[in-house]
Design a protein around this ligand. Structure first.
Ligand code: CMC
Length: 434
């Protein structure tokens, strides 16, 4: 499959009386880019692109998004097809290694994950150092980084291939166990050891919800809904946290350090933290009995943003939101749960979908709008929502770290800037400052 094709086409840039030709690069889905790699050395100019909205930071063969058409594909497979037919672990393999797993491969990954699901006994003491009120994203990031201290042999092992699953299995296992342990700590419950007889999602739910006096056994619909949630979050090309993983990895920092940094980037409310903020917003509307139309007016008056709405890339619909909306409806029906937030979410979506402010800005529900309803139904506490996103995104981060690491033309990420501070000035000694 052609990953990237360079056409014999150039873009002409006129800078004063100087003109230069810049090569045009075409991706495998006919996306066009102007390659400015030589811009500064040939002209002295750099580009300025607030929020990198027009900047391609790399060539990548992992995920394709067409934001105008609402298309999302992992390694060429449509999200809808994968959601219907695949599993989170299969998709993780696909993202990291580029092909759907052959018979036995995903089972091998699952077995390795089970082998690594326990934490080093010393690591369990780290949890005691955090206050019970610690946000689980802070704990997750710290503990992923701390994991590296217990596996120094993996710090130098910078290659990931199908025969050396060690570091992949370890990260996917640890992120799930750490997440559940941090929840147990926050509610003052004893931690529950992972159970190797369970699949990835069932085991996570067991570690989260089993009590010393009673074992939690998840309904199959709940396990499937969680698996779907994780799969839909598994990758999303150059988003803030994935770019962070690639940027940190570009300094040849190890995988643990890069993943820990990605968790921090995900935490923010404009990115993965939006799922928590979205449910808090819906709960606020319900608790205070607010009129949805008035809430929308306040959003239009710029008092606050509608969380779970809008996207840098999607300008029509977010296919993940469509799938999750249906999945949340199905789950609620199957479990006979009546979530009072669902009608509020639907009304908000209806009002916004007919309002010029939202239409003219292409603001539609994103993945975080309905994902919270699914997570609530599963029983995940709201503070853990972004952690759930992180568990799902782990294979995507690993895949991008691997791709970036294996790129023979890779360079350390080091943007330029347009300096806006003071010109050179004379130093004034402390005693003489007025
Ligand atoms: N509510 C109200 N107005 C909005 C919203 C929103 N959620 N999102 C964007 N706008 C407005 C924004 O104020 C701007 O208006 P104007 O042109 O009049 O100044 C216009 O729409 C364009 O927005 P932008 O801020 O330039 O868009 P962006 O591409 O820089 O930001 C975003 C994308 C996702 C950060 C933003 O839409 C947002 O803050 N949404 C709410 C938070 C959220 O749901 N984040 C999760 C994103 S999906 C999960 C993930 O992958 O991270």
């Amino acid at each position: 499959m052609p990953v990237q094709e360079v056409m014999n086409q150039t873009a002409k840039l006129q800078l004063g009386d100087k003109s230069i030709d810049l090569p045009v690069v075409v991706g495998s889905e006919n996306e066009h880019a102007v390659d400015i790699s030589k811009l500064r050395s040939e002209t002295g100019y750099i580009t300025l692109d607030n929020g990198f909205g027009n900047t391609g930071a790399c060539r990548s063969a992992i995920t394709y998004i067409d934001g105008e058409k609402g298309i999302l594909r992992y390694r060429g497979y449509s999200m809808e097809t994968l959601a219907e037919n695949s599993t989170f672990l299969e998709v993780s393999w696909l993202l990291i290694f580029g092909e759907l797993p052959k018979p036995g491969q995903v089972e091998d990954l699952a077995d390795r994950i089970k082998e690594h699901s326990l934490l080093h006994q010393d690591m369990r003491h780290h949890f005691e150092g955090f206050p019970a009120t610690a946000h689980p994203m802070a704990v997750l990031s710290a503990m992923i980084n701390a994991s590296s201290c217990y596996h120094p042999e993996l710090l130098e092992n910078n290659s990931i291939d199908e025969s050396s699953l060690e570091v992949v299995a370890m990260l996917m296992a640890k992120v799930s166990t750490i997440a559940a342990f941090s929840y147990k700590k926050s509610i003052g419950d004893p931690q529950r050891y992972p159970d190797p007889s369970l699949d990835y999602c069932s085991n996570f739910l067991h570690c989260m919800f089993s009590k010393p006096y009673g074992r939690y056994s998840a309904e199959p619909e709940v396990v499937r809904a969680l698996d779907l949630f994780l799969m839909l979050h598994a990758d999303h090309e150059q988003n803030c946290s994935t770019s962070t993983a690639r940027v940190v990895g570009s300094s040849e920092a190890n995988l643990f350090a890069s993943m820990s940094a990605a968790v921090c980037a995900l935490w923010g409310p404009l990115h993965g933290g939006a799922n928590q903020r979205c449910i808090e917003m819906l709960e606020g509307i319900r608790r205070d009995g607010l009129d949805v139309k008035k809430v929308v007016e306040r959003v239009k008056n710029r008092e606050f943003k509608l969380m779970g709405f809008g996207h840098r890339v999607y300008k029509n619909s977010d296919p993940r939101a469509t799938i999750l909306k249906k999945a949340s409806d199905d789950l609620l029906k199957k479990l006979g749960v009546d979530d009072p937030l669902l009608p509020i979410a639907q009304e908000l979506e209806d009002v916004a979908r007919h309002d010029e402010f939202f239409l003219s800005r292409n603001l539609y529900p994103n993945v975080d709008f309905y994902s919270g309803i699914i997570l609530r139904t599963i029983g995940i506490p709201i503070e853990m929502f972004t952690v759930m996103f992180a568990i799902g995104r782990m294979p995507g981060w690993i895949a991008h770290w691997k791709e970036q690491h294996e790129n023979p033309n890779g360079r350390i990420a080091r943007p330029r800037q347009v300096y806006t501070g003071s010109p050179e000035r004379d130093y004034v000694a402390a005693g003489s400052r007025g």
